[in-house]
Design a protein around this ligand. Structure first.
Ligand code: AMP
Length: 361
């Protein structure tokens, strides 16, 4: 069985690695021959909307998936016409547009921050008046890792934010004074089996995920997140792994966004859960029984952003698993991560403090 993965970044690389024990073979599509996936499988070189390259990939594989949510919907539709393609194209379409995403959450009864669509400076002024300050201006499409957003704290922030982001469709969101951020990752198989991982607690800086801790022991939030995940999964007749990120504000979940793919906040599951998110994504799209999502201890994952740490010093920490994606260093770029697994939360937190001192920030 050959699986095509659109995108050969680290998520694609880790998906392929998870498929090797099942004797699965992989082909990627990516514009860069140096992408991390190149270490583990051949890459068809081409842009994500290059129809020739997409056809070439389709011709080489039995099934297609993607690791990157900015794949053009039309490109995926082209693939889906000739090969089974998961997760569903409609989930990709909704996840690409923050307004469609929030409209869907609202229709499904999932709380979101208050929001307004902004297409002009007049819309922005009206939206700021309606939502109040502080608030967050974001591009509706193609934003990731905090790119394409500005926090507006005072009236004087409105004009520079408009000058920086205006010209493309925007969304203004009320600023959520959250206690923490959490994410739920779950999978539905093509046979309809559903499993969810325990909630992960995520810390971002400058919009980029820095640290994930899992499991988050909060039975009430877990039940609520699983219920919301289930509604989205049922809505799309989903297959594959789905992630929803939430703010926890006033002890309740407020949905920020969803990703129809494996997610950085699930990397801990490689060593910290019985079955990783990557293996479960493959099981889900192949219609295999899903694996146990239980944690095997208490995990923490720290991203390496911009610079790699000294590998020997990381490996000297108890329960540390070092992942280097093989990427060229660049400011703000995710180059790798480390996952710690410990028998107790207290022990995990103690080693995490030492790990954080060894990772350049
Ligand atoms: P996003 O690209 O929407 O995931 O935003 C990146 C990060 O910015 C989030 O993980 C939050 O830490 C922060 N953020 C985004 N939207 C809001 C909001 N409406 N209120 C408060 N913080 C936000």
């Amino acid at each position: 069985m050959k699986i095509g993965i659109i995108g050969a970044g680290q998520l694609g690389q880790m998906l392929a690695l998870a498929g090797f024990p099942f004797a699965l073979q992989f082909r990627f599509l990516d514009s860069s021959p140096q992408a991390p996936g190149a270490q583990v499988a051949p890459i068809v070189i081409g842009a994500f909307d290059d129809i020739r390259a997409l056809r070439e990939l389709a011709g080489q594989v039995d099934l297609v998936t993607y690791e990157f949510e900015n794949v053009p919907v039309a490109a995926l539709q082209e693939m889906a016409a000739t090969r089974p393609c998961f997760p569903p194209v409609d989930a990709l379409r909704v996840s690409q547009d923050r307004i469609l995403e929030k409209e869907l959450f609202s229709r499904l009864g999932i709380p979101t921050p208050p929001y307004r669509a902004v297409d002009s400076r007049a819309d922005l002024d009206a939206a700021v008046a309606a939502l109040g300050l502080p608030c967050v201006l974001k591009t509706r499409r193609l934003g990731y890792d905090g790119r394409g957003q500005r926090v507006l704290k005072k009236r004087a922030d409105v004009r520079p934010a408009w000058e920086a982001l205006g010209g493309v469709p925007l969304i203004l969101e009320g600023f959520v004074a959250f206690e923490h951020e959490v994410s739920i990752i779950g999978a539905r198989s093509t046979r309809g089996e559903v499993r969810a991982y325990p909630l992960a607690t995520n810390t971002h800086r400058e919009g980029i995920l820095r640290v994930t801790v899992a499991p988050t022991r909060n039975a009430r939030l877990q039940r609520s997140a699983e219920g919301y995940l289930r509604r989205v999964i049922d809505h799309f007749g989903y297959a594959g792994v789905l992630t929803i990120e939430f703010f926890v504000a006033g002890g309740r979940l407020v949905a920020n966004e969803m990703a129809p793919r494996v997610h950085n906040s699930g990397h801990w599951s490689i060593e910290g859960a019985v079955t990783s998110q990557f293996e479960n994504h493959l099981r889900a799209i192949l219609g295999l029984p899903l694996g146990d999502t239980s944690p095997v201890g208490h995990a923490a994952m720290v991203n390496y952003i911009g610079t790699l740490p000294d590998r020997d010093r990381i490996l000297a920490l108890p329960g540390a698993h070092h992942h280097d994606y093989g990427k060229a260093a660049r400011a703000g770029r995710k180059l790798g991560h480390c996952t710690l697994v410990a028998p107790t939360a207290a022990r995990r937190d103690e080693v995490l403090r030492r790990l954080l001192r060894r990772v350049p920030r």
